[in-house]
Ligand binder design. Structure first.
Ligand code: PHE
Ligand code: FE
Length: 295
């Protein structure tokens, strides 16, 4: 039986997007079908294989610490038994994307909303909205990293503040989330690695983000990132590279209020722009880029 999920649509700068009930629910673990568990297993094994030598090492080690395996869809309560004592974070089950302010408030209180349902077998490669595989496999491992755990909470608190300042501030902050939490790359002694959840949960983008000559790979710079538009329907044109989670935490520690004021009248950069002031690790060839559609 299909559970009706979508409750309403909300007009945003991305057009109409579905917004779900804000209620925190119990993960309906018993309702997962054999097909659901199989989808989890297929995605889990496939990504673990692709991510060897590509993802930051925390992904495998922390998935192991959380006892996340291909065998079955994890119970959030089992993950919480490891996560909560470690960094104070707790997973809560939700229907899907939450209204922005609700999402920020959860993060600010170290609650990470996880979509309870998993994609269908015909959606292994692409899905327009986050599902459980994206949330659990992509986001949860780094919540065990103490520095990243603090960053996520600070981001939530910053979001509550930005929402009170206005939509432009929120847009600046959303770009930061996009280019770090979702699509970030990190330099390690072994080479460039993925830490963004949007990449780690996608087979195609895991390879593309590191190996394709098409995208730019540019050193992380807070204000530069906050001014940069992004893609929601294609792979990114630009990936921003951090040196460490500590660097990210330090760069975002100052009060953003004066930054929002400064950026208010500054132009935004297109997703594929390379600036004279950028630290360029790779200038993308731009192959395959669409000319419109940056948001
Ligand atoms: N320091 C930011 C502020 O004052 C909050 C923040 C922290 C935002 C970490 C993003 C990430 O708004
Ligand atoms: Fe996500």
């Amino acid at each position: 039986m299909e559970t009706p999920r979508r409750v309403e649509h909300q007009m945003t700068d991305k057009g109409y997007v579905p917004v779900y009930t804000t209620t925190v629910i119990e993960q309906p673990w018993d309702t997962y079908t054999a097909v659901d568990h199989d989808t989890w297993a297929t995605l889990f094994k496939r990504q673990r294989e692709i991510l060897v030598g590509r993802a930051a090492k925390e992904f495998v080690t922390n998935q192991e610490r959380l006892h996340m395996t291909a065998d079955a869809i994890p119970r959030f309560s089992d993950l919480n038994r490891v996560l909560k004592p470690a960094t104070g974070w707790e997973l809560i089950a939700v229907e899907g994307l939450l209204p922005e302010l609700t999402f920020f408030e959860h993060l600010a209180n170290r609650r990470f909303p996880v979509t309870w349902w998993i994609r269908k077998p015909e959606q292994l490669d692409y899905l327009a909205e986050p599902d459980m595989f994206h949330d659990l496999f992509g986001h949860v491992p780094l919540l065990l990293n103490p520095v990243f755990a603090d960053y996520m909470q600070a981001y939530g608190a910053g979001g509550v503040k930005a929402a009170a300042i206005g939509p432009e501030a929120l847009q600046n902050l959303t770009r930061l989330y996009w280019y770090t939490v979702e699509f970030g790359l990190i330099r390690t002694d072994e080479g460039l690695r993925i830490y963004g959840a949007g990449i780690v949960s996608s087979k195609g983008e895991s390879i593309y983000s590191l190996e394709s000559p098409a995208p730019n790979r540019i050193g992380f710079d807070l204000e530069r990132v906050m001014q940069t538009r992004y893609r929601i329907d294609t792979y990114q044109k630009t990936y921003f590279v951090i040196d460490s989670y500590e660097e990210l935490m330090e760069a975002t520690r100052p009060d953003f209020t004066p930054i929002y004021a400064r950026l208010h009248d500054a132009p935004s950069h297109a997703a594929g722009d390379v600036l004279a002031t950028d630290t360029v690790w790779q200038r993308g060839s731009g192959e395959g880029w669409l000319n419109d559609g940056d948001v």
